[in-house]
Design a protein around this ligand. Structure first.
Ligand code: HDL
Ligand code: ZN
Length: 436
């Protein structure tokens, strides 16, 4: 029991204590798009281009955030989208490295992230070509590299996003239900299509042997529940996630089938199983489809869906993240009213130092240490290193200011308290919430 209590005037000691505690705390990365190697390894030397586990320099440099950014330096009038997409992955990476890292300064968060990754891996991030990195990565093996990245990032579990409506991934699960039996990974059932495009989802479910009707008649409710149970069992999913459609509302007078899906299928199944629904609110997909994954934006959404769900289903738990900066304050205020909401992450376009700082400060002031400040959203394994390196520093800096304010008010801040708060914020608030 370390009961070191800080000298109220010693800001340097406070800073060191908080940075040490946050840096040392293992984090459960509660939302990523990283896969276990059993889903196919397309990393390193591009062994299996259909694999879902992405890692290595060519994947890092062609991260969709950087694809969007390179088209701002070399616009489609100079290099068309088709010309880019017809390049090999290595040619795409060379193009991005040249224009964003060699001929320009990688000042963006996604650019700096690659630099942090390379440095933390012990490589010189100032190479003029990618060849030295390609050689180094070709000498790594996926399994050992996963352990190395998790150790560097301080990540104790990588929570996947498992797309049941992706034919490629679903077939892997059907062929091998044990596919995710890797203690470093946990599964999440991602069901956007059930909420976003029910007619298309109903078509898929009928193909898979579920007796469902577009108009929700007949056995539809029971069959959708059976589908959810089947996949929650198969994946041993720890929560269900949905990126909601633009204008998401609940209840939604214009989408009666969506209301039924929530009220008669999803909420009862999740309440029965005691697992949360992660609502990811505010994306607007494909406003520039030529950019593919990089073509989406975020927009402000109506907070009423969040409080209507939390109020309407008190036996259910809701993890909630919103993509618009403008939604952050009202989300905190709503979360003050409902203990069945866990606010999480600085999602996607909010995952930048200035906004992580602003949002984490706001959340601590309104919620105390009762939220999950961050997830990496990593698509490429190596990104865990930079996303957590960057976020830990910012979270620690915000905590230092808050502890300093408390000390100023006369509260005695102990090292144990600082470690407990880091444990809650980086792991246990989430772990407790998903266990229920
Ligand atoms: O829908 C999501 O889970 C988003 O995170 C998207 O995958 C997005 O493209 C992304 O990678 N954000 O970081
Ligand atoms: Zn994501």
């Amino acid at each position: 029991m370390t009961t070191t209590t800080l000298d109220p005037t010693d800001r340097a000691a406070l800073s060191q204590m908080v940075h040490d505690a946050v840096a040392a705390q293992p984090v459960t990365d509660l939302h990523t798009h990283v896969y276990a190697p059993s889903f196919g390894d397309s990393g390193g030397g591009q062994t299996n281009p259909d694999g879902l586990l992405l890692w290595g320099i060519d994947e890092l440099v062609t991260y969709h955030y950087l694809i969007a950014e390179v088209f701002r330096v070399v616009p489609p009038s100079e290099l068309s989208y088709d010309q880019y997409w017809n390049m090999s992955k290595q040619q795409q990476a060379d193009h991005i490295w040249k224009h964003l890292f060699v001929e320009n300064t990688p000042l963006s968060e996604a650019g700096r992230g690659v630099v942090t990754c390379l440095s933390r891996l012990g490589l010189d991030p100032n190479e003029k070509t990618l060849e030295p990195y390609r050689k180094w990565f070709s000498e790594q093996d996926a399994d050992g590299y996963i352990d190395r990245v998790m150790e560097l990032a301080g990540v104790d579990s990588i929570i996947m996003t498992n797309e049941v409506f992706s034919d490629h991934e679903r077939e892997m699960w059907v062929e091998n239900p044990a596919i995710a039996d890797d203690p470093r990974f946990e599964a999440v059932l991602r069901i956007d299509k059930l909420l976003v495009d029910w007619p298309a989802a109903a078509h898929d479910l009928r193909e898979w042997g579920y007796d469902v009707d577009d108009d929700f008649a007949g056995n539809t409710v029971d069959e959708v529940k059976r589908f959810l149970h089947d996949w929650l069992d198969r994946m041993r999913a720890i929560y269900v996630a949905t990126s909601t459609p633009p204008g998401f509302a609940y209840p939604d007078p214009d989408h009666p089938e969506r209301n039924k899906m929530i009220e008669q299928c999803l909420m009862p199944v999740l309440a029965q199983r005691g697992i949360p629904w992660a609502l990811m609110i505010g994306s607007k997909r494909g406003i520039n489809p030529a950019l593919r994954d990089a073509g989406d934006i975020g927009q402000k959404e109506n907070i009423s869906a969040v409080y209507n769900l939390a109020a309407g289903f008190p036996d259910n738990r809701f993890m909630v993240t919103m993509l618009a900066r403008e939604n952050q304050h009202e989300l905190c205020v709503v979360a003050r009213k409902f203990g069945n909401i866990l606010v999480f992450g600085c999602w996607w376009f909010l995952n930048n130092p200035s906004l992580i700082d602003e949002i984490t400060r706001m959340r601590l002031e309104l919620l105390g240490p009762t939220f999950a400040p961050q997830h990496s959203d990593a698509r490429i394994l190596d990104q865990l290193v930079y996303k957590w390196d960057h976020s830990r520093r910012i979270i620690a800096d915000v905590l230092i200011d808050k502890y300093a304010d408390l000390i100023q008010a006369g509260y005695a801040v102990s090292e144990d308290a600082v470690k407990r708060d880091a444990r809650l914020l980086l792991r246990d608030n989430f772990r407790t919430f998903v266990r229920g």
